[in-house]
Design a protein around this ligand. Structure first.
Ligand SMILES: CN(C)C(=N)NCCC[C@H](N)C(=O)O
Length: 246
C-alpha cells in the first residue's frame, strides 16, 4: 500500500531534526522511483486515496498496522496525522479491522514485526495504552515494548534483515540489548530496510557503506534516493505497508 505525496508535503512535521526546505517536485519523482522499485521486485502497489490536507500522509506506514488477517488503525500521538486513517481504511477490504482508541496513541512507524514477535516503541507518538490495545488486537503475537527517546519512531532507529537480525546505528538506539541479534550499521539511514523478498532489501541511497556491508553478507541491495522524505524524518519503510495477497 502506498500513498502519493500531497501539495503540502513541505509542511510535514519535524521533531528530531532541523527543518530544511523540501523540493516537492523532486519528492514526487523520488516517490515514483520508490514505487517503481517495489514493482520491479514483483510487488503490486495499491495506491490509497490521497489526503491532500495532511502533509505527512505519504508516510502511509503510520496510520495502520497489519498482522496476518488483522489491520489495526492507529491513533497518532500527533493530532494532525489522525485524519490519515480514513483513506487507508478503504483499502483494507477483507481484513479484520480494529482501532486504537483514546487515550491510546500509536504510530505504525513504532511497530517492528519479526515473525510473531512485535516490538513496539514507546515514543513521543506511541503510549503504553496504545501498546496495550495493540496487544489485545493481536492475540497471536508477542508484543514487546521498547524504549524510543532518541528518534521519532522505533523504525527510525532499527529495522530487521530477512534473517531477523535487527540493524541500527548505535548512537540512536536506546537499548540494542532489547534485540536478540543486533548488527550495528555505520550510517543512520542504513538502519532502514524494506524486505523485497528472498535476500533482497530496499534501502536509501544515502547509506552506501551500509549497503556494502549488507552485500558482503550476501544480500541483494536495491537503493532509492529519498532525500526529500529524509528531510521530514521519513525513511524507506514509512512509504509503504505490506498487505497480504488477495
Ligand atoms: C519509521 N518512520 C520514521 C515513519 N514511519 N514515519 C515517518 C513520519 C515522518 C513525519 N514527518 C512525522 O513526523 O510524522
Amino acid at each position: 500500500m502506498v500513498r502519493r505525496p500531497g501539495p503540502r508535503l513541505a509542511e510535514g512535521l519535524v521533531s528530531h531534526v532541523e527543518r530544511q526546505e523540501v523540493d516537492v517536485a523532486l519528492a514526487h519523482r523520488q516517490w515514483s522511483s520508490y514505487v517503481d522499485a517495489l514493482t520491479a521486485a514483483g510487488w503490486t502497489c495499491v495506491e490509497v486515496a490521497p489526503a491532500d490536507d495532511c502533509p505527512d500522509a505519504v508516510f502511509v506506514e503510520d496510520p495502520v498496522v497489519v498482522h496476518r488477517n488483522t489491520a489495526v488503525l492507529a491513533r497518532s500521538g500527533a493530532a494532525s496525522r489522525r485524519p490519515e486513517t480514513a483513506g487507508v481504511e478503504a483499502a483494507l477490504d477483507g481484513y479484520d479491522v480494529r482501532r486504537i482508541e483514546a487515550p491510546g496513541t500509536l504510530d505504525g512507524g513504532d511497530v517492528l514485526k519479526i515473525g510473531d514477535t512485535v516490538h513496539v516503541g514507546r515514543s513521543g507518538r506511541t503510549n503504553d495504552e496504545g501498546i496495550a490495545q495493540l496487544a489485545t488486537h493481536l492475540p497471536d503475537a508477542t508484543v514487546v515494548p521498547v524504549p524510543v527517546t532518541r528518534v521519532l519512531h522505533l523504525k527510525s532507529a532499527v529495522t530487521a534483515l530477512p534473517d531477523g537480525t535487527v540493524i541500527g546505528y548505535p548512537p540512536l538506539v536506546d537499548d540494542p540489548a532489547a534485540f536478540a541479534d543486533f548488527l550495528a550499521v555505520p550510517e543512520e539511514s542504513g538502519s532502514h530496510v524494506v524486505l523485497l523478498g528472498g535476500d533482497a532489501v530496499l534501502m536509501a541511497a544515502s547509506a552506501p557503506r551500509t549497503a556494502a556491508l549488507f552485500e558482503s553478507r550476501g544480500l541483494r541491495v536495491v537503493t532509492v534516493d529519498i532525500s526529500e522524505f529524509e528531510k521530514l524524518e521519513g525513511c524507506v519503510t514509512c512509504l509503504s505497508v505490506r498487505l497480504r495477497g488477495r
